[in-house]
Write a new protein. Sequence first.
Lengths: 1026, 390
Amino acid sequence: MSTEPVTHLADENLGDVMVVGGGISGIQAALDLATSGFKVFLVERAPTIGGKMAQLDKTFPTNDCSMCIESPKFIECDRHPNIEILTYTEVDGVEGEAGDFTISLTKKARYISEEKCTGCTTCVEYCPVEIPDPFNQELSPNKAVHIYFSQAVPLVPYIDESCIFLKDQKCSICEGVCKTGAIDLHQQAEKLQIKVGAVVLAPGYEVFDPKVRGDYGYGVIENVVTSLDFERLLCATGPHEGEILRPSDKRHPHKIAWIHCVGSRNVIEGAHSYCSSVCCSYIQKQVILAKDHDADTEATIFHNDIRSYGKDFERFYKRTENLPGVTFIRSYVSIGREIPETKNVTIRYATDAEGVKEDEFDLVVLGVGLAPPTKVHRLAEQFGIELNAHGFCETNPINPIETTRPGVFISGAFGGPVDIPESVMSASGTNALTGALLKSRRGKLARDRVYPPERDVSEEEVKVGVFACHCGANIGRVVDVPSLVEYSEGLDHVAHAEEGLFICSTDAAQQIAETIREKGLNRVVVAACTPRTHEPLFRDTLREGGINQYFFDMANIREHCSWVHSKQKEDATQKAKDIVRMSVARTINLEPLEEFDLPVNKRCLVVGGGVAGMTSALDLAEQGFEVHLVERSSDLGGMARRIQTTLEGLDVQAFLDDLVRQVYRHPLIRVSHGATITDVSGYVGNFVTTVESEGQIKTINHGAAILATGAAEHRPTEYLYGEDDRVLTQLELEERIAEGEENLIETQSLVMIQCVGCREENTNYCARVCCSQAIKNALTLKAIKPEMEIYILFRDMRTYGFKEDYYLEAARKDVKFIRWEASEKPSVEPAVEEGRQVLRVTVPDPILGSRLAVDGDLVVLSAAVIPSTGSVDIARKFKVAMNPDGFFQEAHVKLRPVDFAADGVFMCGTSHYPKHLTETISQAHGAAGRAVTLLSQDTVTASGSVCEVEENDCVACGACISACAYGAIEFHETPIGKKAVVNPVLCKGDGLCCAKCPTNAVVLKHFTDAEVFDQIDAALSATEWS
Amino acid sequence: METVAPFAEAIEEIRKAGAESTRLCFQCGKCDVYCPWNQVRDFSIRKIIREAAFGLTEIEGDDIWRCTTCGSCPSICPRGVGQIEIGVAIRRVAAEYGMFPESVSAVRNASASLVAEGNPLNAQRATRAEWAAGASVAPFAEETDYLYFVGCYFSYDPRMKKVAVATANILNRAGVSFGILGSKESCCGESIRKTGGEQEFRDLAKGNIKTFIDHGVKKIIVSSPHCYHTFVNEYPEFMVNFEVVHITQLLAELIEDGRLELDGEYAKKVTYHDPCYLGRHNGVFDEPRQALQAVSGLELVEMPASRDDSLCCGGGGGRIWMETPKEERFSDLRVQQATETGAEVLATSCPYCITNFEESRLGVEGEKAPEVKDITEIIDEVISGKDDDR
C-alpha cells in the first residue's frame, strides 16, 4: 500500500537548535541547550533515544550500571519543556545557513499512535511473529511489534517490517487486542520541516562488523562473539537475563578469551588503521564483570599494547591484572579451530621465546573497534560537511566542535573514537558555541516547566503508596516482588501497593503521579535501586503528582539486597520486606520541605589563564557574560607557551598569540596577572572571591567559577637527569629545537625513554600525552635531519584514536621502537664509541632475547604530567575535591566530567587530567557550556534537606561549626545571645553537626530524630509496625 | 643475557637489498601465529625481522632459509610489513657472501644448473622438449595464438611430464592454437630469485623476454603457479606486459564457452588444494573449482584450511630443492588433512605441491591416502574417456 507520505507542517516547527542523534552526547547537548533557554529538537533515527550507551551493561572505570546513569537523562529530556523529541525520524535535506536552517525530516511510520499508546505491551504478547532482537544484538528473539528496550523514551512500541500485515496484509491481532486503539497499520510516514538557527550533529559511531571478512570465524563459529554481544550477555536485561550463556549450548563459559584490536590498528583493506580508543578499557571491564558473575572464570586477554591512558584507567588495568585467573598475553592471534564435540574454540598466539602456543576456550570475545556511523556519507552530504580520511567528521584542531560548515557543530564519537566523558564534554561544548551564535534568541522560544499546584496534606490522614520494582531481573530474579507487595499492603498507613517491571520508565513514572492523585496518596516509597541515580527522578514525579517532593523515600532493595544476596532468595525477600517496612516507618514522619530560589550573579570567575581558561572565558564573554580571568603568573598562556607544535601540525604559538589577543580585546573579559586568590566564600550563584593582583585587592562577586589551573612537568630523578646535561625532558627538547636547528648539528642519534615518573606504585596513573609527544618530537627531528637515529623506548605505545596513524608514520620514517618492561628499566650510562662521547641506553628486547644497547648524543625523558603546584590551595579555597593523583575530582567521571560535586564550580584542562591541546579546548568549551546552564538562569534552587538550629536549645559551644566542612554554620547575635545559624544554601545536609551537638539543637530536615529512630525501631520489631 | 648493539653496516646492506619494511613491524606476533612452520616446529619470522631491523641477522644460520614464501603472514600483517621481500633481501646478502648452510647447499647446485642449462634440475637444455614427443605439440610460430610456457618440472620431471602431456591433449581437444619454445625456453626464475639469486633471476628473465619478443609472443599459458606469479607480478619490472593465463583459468573458460566438452565420468570424491602461488598470492580460487565441478560424477569436498587459509606444501621459496626432515614437512600434514575428508583424490595444480604430496602420501599408514592428481590429469581422463595408462 504505497500512497504519498503525508506532508505535515507542525505548528511548532520553529526551534533554536536541532540535535541530530539521541545517544548520550546528543542527550547532554539537548539538556544543556534547553536549560540555557533554547528550544531544542532532539532527532533520533532509532525508535528511542539512548544510543550505544543504552546497550552497555556497565561503564568503566567505575562499573556503574550504564542504563541507571543514562536513563534518568531520558526522562529529564522527556519532561523538559524546551526539548521536543522526534524518534524514528531521519533527516531528508538541509537548506539555509547559520542562524537560519530549514531541515526536512521524515518521521517513519511506527504504525502506532504515540498519543494513544500507554506502553502496556499487550500487542507484544499477542504478536505471532518472532524476530531477532536488534537491541540484544540478535541473540534472543523479540516480536515484530515491540518496545526497543524497557526504559525507552517514548515508551511506545514500533512494528518491524517483518510484520505479516505489512508484508502480506494478513494478521492484525495487535490491532484487535489494543485497548486504546493505538495500533494504526495504515499509518503513513510524516514529513516535517523545521527551522532552527543551529545544528548539533551527534550521530555517534557504528561497531566494526567482523562478519564482513569473517574475521576470527565470527558468524561461522558459534562461540565467537563481539564485545557488544558479550555486553548484552552480561546485562540483566539481555538475552539470558544476565546469565552469561554461550551461544552453542547455553552453558556458562568458564574459560574466556578476549582479542584486542579487531578491525583497528590494521592497514589491511576492510579494517581501520586508527586505534578505537576504548577497547582496552572495555575489555578490562568485561573481564571484571565476568568474574563478578562467576569467580572461577579464567580470562585470557590477547593484546598488543594496553591503552589505559584516561583518568583512572591505569588503576582499572592493574585491578584487572591482579584478579586471580586473569592473564594478559601480548600477541595478536588467530583462531586455531572449532572443536566439533564441545564447540570450544582454540586460539593460537605467539610468545616471546617459547614459540607459538595454542589454547582452548569456551568462549571468544572480539574487541571490535569503532567505525563511522552508518550512512555517514549521506549525512555529510545532507549537511554539507566534510569527512576526514577515516570517514569521521572533519574537525578544526583548534575547535574540535566545529565542522566545516558554519552553524553546524558536532559532539561525541562522530569526530573520532572517544570515550563517554569526552562525548559529554563536547556536548556541553556545543552549548557554548551555539550560545554564541544564537545569543540574541536565548529564552524567546523557551518555556518554563509547569507543575500542578502542591497539595497541602497537613490535615490529611497519612496514606503511603509503595511501588516495588522488579528492575527487569535484577531484583525480580532474587526477591519475590509480588510477595513484597502483598506484605506492603498489610503495613500500617499503606493505602496502595503495586509492582512494576521498570518503575523508572517514563510510563511507570507517569503512572505513579496519576496514582498519587487518584488515590490521594501523600507519602511515596519506591522500593527499587539506588537514590544516587534515581532520587531526583522520583522526587520530580511526586511534584508531577501534586505533592511535596520530600514526601518521598527510596528503599534500596537492589544494591542493598538482591545484588548482594543473589544466592539467598528467601532471606533476600525477607530482607526486602524489612527494608520496605523501615522505609514506610520513616516516611510517615516526613515533612514537606521548601527549596530555596537563590538569585544568580551572572558574572563568572575563571581561575587560570592558559588555553583552557582563556577558551572558557571567551565562550562566556561571547555570550554576553562578564568574566574575570585570574592568572598567577605575569603572562597568559600557561603550559602552551612551551609547546611549538602538535602531532597534527598546528602552529601552537600563532594560535596562542591569537587567543591571547582575543582575550585582551574582549570588552567583557577582565584579566588579573600575578594574581593570588586569598579568599573564597559564598555558594552557587553567589560567590565572593578576593584576589590580590599587581598590588591591588579586588573583590569579585560571581555566580560560577571555572578552575583551569593547569599542570606541570615532573622533574625526573633518574636516568642521569640533572646530573648530565645531555639528558632532557620532552619539553626541554622541544624548546631546544625551537631555539635553532644549529643546536642539533652534533646530534647524530637520540634516545627517548617513556613513562618517567608515572605508571609506578606511587604514581599509578598514565600521563596520557607522552607517547604522542615523543612521536611528535621524533617526527619534527626527522623532518629537520632525516639521518638522525631516533629510538623510542616504551612500555605500551599509547597513541590512541587517530594518533595511531602518526605512530605508523614515525615507523615509516625509521624511528625505532624498543619495548621494555617495568621489571627491568633501561639503564643510562656515559660511554665512548669510536671517539664519540655518547650516552648508552641498555634495555632487554623481548623479541631479540638479548639486551640491546643503543647510543644517543641526547637522552630525552618523557616526564609525566603532574598536578600544578597551586591546585591544592585552590581546591581548598573553593572547597572542591581532588582525586588520589592530585588532579581535580569531577562529580561523576563519565557523565559529569567538568562539574565539581560542589555546585557552581567547574573545571577544564590539564587540572582535570593530562590531555592534549585539542582535548583541552573541547573540555574548556564544555565547562563554559555547563557554566552557561547556570548563568543563564535568573535563579538557582537549593536543596530543602538542610540543617536548622533550634536557637532556644543552642548553648553556643561551637562543636557544630568545627564539624562542618562546608563552612555552612556560624555564630550570629540574637536577642537571646550568641547562637549558631545554618546557611541553608551552603549546607549539604550531611548531619555531622547534628551528631556533634550536645543539646540536640541542630536538626537535619528530612532526617529528623523521629524519622531515623522510627526507621530503626521498624527494623528491629517487625510485629509492631505491621 | 648477552648485550648487543645495532650493527649499522648490516642494517644498511640488508635494507638496500630490499628490507625497507622491517621498520614497520610492531612485534605483534601475528606472523608467527600464521606461519605454517609453527605447526611442525618453533620458528619465528618475527624474530628474523627484528634482527634484520637492527643488523643482527644470523647470516650463516638455517633459519633465514626456512621461509617458503607462502604469503600467509604478509596477507594478515596489520602494519603492511613485506616479510617475503625482507627474507629475500637477507638471502641476497647471504648468497652474495656465498653463505649457504649444509641443508641449503642444493641451492648452489640449482643455481649452477640454471646458469648452465636454464633449469634447476641438472637436465640438458637440448632435451627440454622431449616430453612432447608423440603428443601433437608444435613449436610456437608467429601466427600461434598462445605460447604454452611449459616450465622446468613439467619438462623434465617424470611425474610432471604426464601433466604436460595431459595439458597438451586438452588444448588440442579444445582446438586451442598453441605452441612451445622447446629448448629456447628457460626457467622462469621465480624460485631462484626467492633464494637470493637476484642476478640469476634477471638473466633468466631477460633471456625469456627477449625470446618472447623475438617470437612475437603475446599470450602465455602456464602450468606452474610459480611461472604465473613471476610473469604477472615480476616480469613487468622489465617494462613488458604479456597476457598470462594459468591453465586452470583457461580450462574454466573453455568449459564455460563450450569449447571443451567433458563427456566422460569421474565418479570420485575429490578435494582441491589451493597452491600458495595460485590462490593466496594471485587470487585464483574459483576457476580450478569450476573446472572440477564441471566434471560429471565428481564430488568436490573442501579441506578445513582452504582458499586463503590453504596450508603450504612447503615447496616455495626454493625449498623444493632443499632437504626438509620428515617430521617437519607441511605436505605430510596436508595429505593427512586430505585423507580426513574421505577424498579419494587430492587434486591441485602446482608442480611443487604435487611433488611434495606424492612423497608424503607414501608415508600415510593404514588408511589409504588419496591419489594425487593435477587438475589437467582429471580433465584429460574425461575428455577422451582414456584410462590411466597412456
